[in-house]
Design a protein around this ligand. Structure first.
Ligand SMILES: Nc1ncnc2c1ncn2[C@@H]1O[C@H](COP(=O)(O)OP(=O)(O)OP(=O)(O)O)[C@@H](O)[C@H]1O
Ligand SMILES: [Mg+2]
Length: 461
């Protein structure tokens, strides 16, 4: 559905077009002069204008000239009469999208209008995707572990059910966005827009305006109509990233969209139907948010129709090196380098690390390493992995999740003291080695030993 403005001084033409286009589901306004048209588009920007060139007063050509600054947003189709070829040519030069000859054929008009509107939607879509048409190296999902194979299976499955709502969960950097795109591009919605919005990046009213669009006058700055992203995502996929960060108010509005498959623009009264698959993602604990009453339970059940948990990288056996090689290839190409691989030490370090930032962290580490590597092979020196992990052996790896914060809290000072004591016991009181284990300087360690009044067991008595 589009809003169409007709400007033709022949009321008969206006009425016929209005009837035909309304029947096609468009929202039509017919005016009889270019002056009226100018006034109209000052307050409301239609999706399309049908313009007669021969008008009393301001001519169609003058009108086109006057709206030059809006031309990339509002396509104009010219209505010309026989023998007026030259004016039509001038109009096309001024940026008119197409033309219709009088007397016209209704079916032809419907086709031309659809073509122009499709191009417009495609342009908007492209503006969002920045011209992206196919999956790039950066969007490939790499892995051979049984964990990631389960994810592939899920993608293949939900790709065949293009109406099913999908919820993707997992720690930060595990590839949730990548999976959302893979689902879209392997479904029959692939040729339609994939529109994503990050719910944590906007404040509520802005997010609402982005999602639903608005009518002129809906708020102070709303001078023109703006289509919502949901409309642009029609027949495509709508990806709500960081859904756990969405405000309660918007949650209930999104819930309505899912239930009714329609919505209203901000300040609008008309229901706009959309056919879009909603995929949402979060790294938050939604069950906990529901208990805290910061996430609506009814929305959760609507979103959670098909859901997948993407396992953290540390649980994907064998994938780390595969991914490392994959990123090495990507950044060799990007930085025009020819780094051949990793030293054994570097490999072991990659395997031993627990990757709390998951694939994103690994990707960043390899990017840096390739960028700064001057040799043909990546050495430990260029892997910027937290130092305390380097040189550790299996079973001693640092894990970000080994500590649980007790519900009734804990004393940080006590934990610090205990860790220092443990380090000293492990190193038989060697302060230099203990400081290394704790990744602090010897001076700092000495200061903390004094602060916590730590004494060696054999010195106590
Ligand atoms: N299996 C994979 N194969 C190749 N690249 C991957 C894989 N998983 C993730 N990546 C890459 O890692 C980076 C992070 O992935 P993505 O943005 O999809 O994670 P995310 O789960 O959405 O993270 P966040 O929760 O922080 O938004 C991206 O650059 C992505 O291309
Ligand atoms: Mg993400």
């Amino acid at each position: 559905m589009a809003s169409v403005l007709i400007i033709d001084d022949d009321r008969g033409v206006g009425t016929i077009l209005q009837e035909v286009l309304s029947a096609e589901g468009h929202d039509v306004t017919a005016l009889i002069s270019a002056e009226d048209g100018m006034r109209y588009i000052k307050v409301d920007e239609p999706d399309l204008i049908l313009l007669d060139l021969q008008l009393p007063g301001m001519s169609g050509i003058e009108f086109l000239e006057k709206i030059q600054d809006k031309r990339d947003r509002i396509p104009v189709i010219i209505i010309t009469s026989h023998g007026d070829v030259q004016t039509a040519v001038r109009a096309m030069k001024l940026g008119a999208s197409d033309y219709i000859k009088k007397p016209f054929n209704i079916e032809e008009i419907a086709l031309i209008i659809q073509k122009v509107l499709d191009t417009k939607i495609k342009d908007e879509h492209l503006a969002y995707l920045r011209g992206k048409d196919e999956i790039s190296e950066h969007e490939k999902i790499v892995g051979e572990s049984s964990e990631i194979k389960g994810v592939f299976q899920f993608i293949r499955y939900v790709a065949t059910t293009p109406k099913t709502t999908v919820l993707i969960r997992g720690e930060t950097g595990t590839g949730k966005e990548l999976v959302a795109k893979a689902i879209h591009y392997s479904s029959n919605r692939a040729k339609k827009p994939f529109i994503e919005i990050n719910c944590s990046a906007f404040q509520e009213s802005l997010l609402e305006a982005e999602l639903f669009g608005y009518e002129p006058g809906a708020f102070t700055d709303a001078r023109h109509r703006k289509n919502g992203l949901l409309e642009i995502a029609d027949h495509g996929t709508f990806f709500l990233d960081e859904i756990g960060d969405m405000s309660m108010g918007l949650q209930s509005k999104i819930l309505k969209v899912i239930e009714k498959q329609s919505f209203r623009r901000v300040g609008g009264t008309k229901e706009i139907n959309v056919d879009t698959r909603i995929i949402s993602a979060t790294s938050r604990d939604l069950e906990k948010n529901m208990l805290d009453q910061t996430f609506r339970e009814d929305l959760f059940y609507r979103l959670n129709v098909a859901s997948i948990y993407i396992p953290p990288l540390r649980q994907r056996n064998g994938d780390v090196l595969l991914l490392a090689e994959h990123f090495l290839r990507i950044y060799n190409t990007e930085f025009k380098k020819n780094v051949q691989g990793f030293t054994d030490e570097a490999r072991n370090c990659l395997i031993a690390h627990s990757w709390p930032g998951n694939v994103r962290e690994l990707k960043n580490v390899i990017e840096r390493a390739v960028l700064f590597e001057t040799e043909k092979i990546i050495t430990l020196r260029h892997l910027n992995v937290p130092r305390k992990e380097i040189g550790h052996h299996a079973g001693e790896n640092y894990r970000s999740d080994w500590l649980e914060l007790p519900t009734d809290g804990v004393s940080l000072a006590t934990i610090e003291k205990e860790l220092i004591q443990k380090a000293l016991i492990k190193t038989n009181g060697n302060q230099t080695q203990a400081a290394k284990l704790l990744n602090i300087s010897r001076e700092t360690l000495k200061y903390r030993i004094r602060k916590h009044r730590i004494v060696r067991k054999d010195q106590r008595t």
